[in-house]
Design a protein around this ligand. Structure first.
Ligand SMILES: Nc1ncnc2c1ncn2[C@@H]1O[C@H](COP(=O)(O)OP(=O)(O)OP(=O)(O)O)[C@@H](O)[C@H]1O
Ligand SMILES: [Mg+2]
Length: 274
């Protein structure tokens, strides 16, 4: 297995999350999803978020991506990006960044892709929204190039296909092409490989590493697979019940975990892959 990358190519801070607190009020008792969450993400950095189910990883990701519902959710703290607080700004400011500067991909691309729309149109969507100055031909050329960059075979042909005609691994590549076509500063990947077999998982990890290395895209990588996190991430955040219990470089956290909860997670990694 590849050794963890110890030296993060730390650029300037591009995202600052301060004291994030998210609390649901749609049941009898308030449910705290995220509490006291602080994180500074630097340009070109890959940060992993790990923790048991329900620990607040996806809620944190949704908050950064501007996907929190307005309903029954109390929020406080700040998510500072490009001079704006994404936690409290208006929808048009959020839309300005969504899919252009900050993109997100999910576990199951079939739920994010429109089954009735051709792949090419979906890969181009961010350009249609954010780069209206481009002609249809320029958009198509950019889509083909993005599809080629994520390793989709025969982009010309895939451009005209529908999601159901592709394998799960190809659909995840389509999602990544769509998410990165406008070269976002931040890519959030919420369990992007969980639904894929190990060979395809490894290819997607290699692809994320390439996007990070070539475009300087900062990546927030959420996964239950700690061995993947160790391979890919410069830094790791360990969450439990909405709070950060430990954070450090991947080497620090995996080789010298400070918290018993982190040790428990690490002990659960199948030894054969370590
Ligand atoms: N609509 C809701 N109402 C009440 N609580 C909610 C709601 N949505 C999420 N939560 C709570 O928010 C907490 C964090 O959920 P989140 O989806 O972020 O967990 P996660 O770490 O991504 O888990 P998983 O690994 O299973 O994806 C959970 O405890 C969950 O119960
Ligand atoms: Mg989740």
């Amino acid at each position: 297995m590849a050794a963890a990358m110890t030296t993060a190519p730390l650029g300037e801070p591009i995202l600052e999350i301060r004291d994030l607190h998210l609390e649901f009020h749609d049941h009898d008792r308030p449910e705290v999803a995220v509490a006291d969450f602080d994180l500074t993400l630097h340009r070109g950095e890959i940060v992993g978020i790990v923790g048991e189910s329900g620990s607040g990883k996806s809620m944190t990701a949704h908050a950064i991506a501007g996907l929190l519902s307005r309903h029954a959710l109390e929020r406080s703290g700040q998510i500072l990006f490009d001079g704006h607080d994404l936690l409290h700004c208006d929808r048009s400011t959020l839309r300005h960044y969504q899919g252009d500067e900050i993109s997100i991909i999910f576990q199951e691309p079939m739920t994010s892709l429109d089954p009735l729309q051709r792949i090419g149109m979906q890969v181009e969507e961010a350009l249609r929204i954010h780069h209206k100055e481009l002609s249809a031909g320029e958009r198509r050329a950019a889509a083909l190039s993005a599809m080629d960059a994520v390793g989709l075979p025969d982009p010309q042909q895939v451009y005209g296909m529908f999601p159901h005609e592709l394998s799960g691994g190809m659909r995840q590549r389509v999602m990544i092409a769509a998410a990165t076509i406008s070269k976002p500063q931040i890519l959030i990947a919420d369990e992007p490989t969980t639904a894929l077999d190990v060979t395809i998982q490894a290819q997607i990890i290699a692809l994320l590493r390439k996007i990070n290395a070539e475009d300087g895209t900062a990546i927030i990588f959420i996964s239950h697979d700690l061995s993947l996190v160790r391979q890919l991430c410069h830094r790791v955040v360990v969450m439990r019940q909405g709070e950060i219990v430990e954070t450090g470089t991947a080497d620090e956290v995996f080789e010298n975990p400070q918290h018993s909860y982190t040790r428990m997670l690490i002990d659960a990694i199948p030894k054969v892959v370590l």
